[in-house]
Design a protein around this ligand. Structure first.
Ligand code: ZN
Length: 159
């Protein structure tokens, strides 16, 4: 059976997935702030959704990969946990997340990833430029005024 490793977005936005195929982690559950999302989670849990602790060995591997891709600064502890859980079920799971940095690391780890839903209007995406050399962030420009390396466009979520 294929499992769906669920990020908080699954419970915030809702999804049409059979609850018994959903696996999530304790830190995702703790982050569900709206009562609507918490209620969706409770319903899924009652219908067989599982909450599992991530294993340290998989967290370790995720952090090593995130360091290589330089996504480490963007990842929260919850992000690392959810990636670790998806890695544990690699080849047998789809990671559901709308988080850009999580999607990026997941791809490098060879995990199957799907976005949960279209962005809601309140999720405004802001573009930022980041230096490919010194990693400093700027609002605009093409060349880093600090080290002279080219700047790359990045998106940043602002709610
Ligand atoms: Zn620079």
């Amino acid at each position: 059976m294929e499992y769906y490793i669920a990020d908080s977005a699954v419970f915030i936005m809702g999804s049409g997935i059979e609850p018994y195929r959903i696996i999530t982690i304790p830190s995702v559950v703790n982050e569900l702030k709206s009562s609507e999302a918490a209620m969706r989670f409770d319903l899924a849990r009652e219908s067989g959704a599982r909450v599992e602790m991530p294993e340290d060995s998989f967290r370790e591997k995720v952090m090593q990969t995130a360091n290589k891709t330089r996504d480490c600064e963007e990842l929260s502890s919850t992000d690392i946990d959810i990636l670790a859980k998806a890695l544990e079920y690699k080849g047998n799971s789809v990671l559901l997340t709308d988080d850009y940095a999580v999607q990026n690391v997941a791809k490098v780890l060879g995990l199957e990833v799907k976005p949960v839903a279209q962005k809601k209007i309140k999720d405004v995406l802001v573009w930022q430029k980041q230096c490919t050399g010194c990693r400093k962030k700027f609002d605009s420009g093409d060349i880093c005024p600090v080290c002279g390396s080219p700047l790359k466009k990045r998106r940043k979520r602002k709610i």
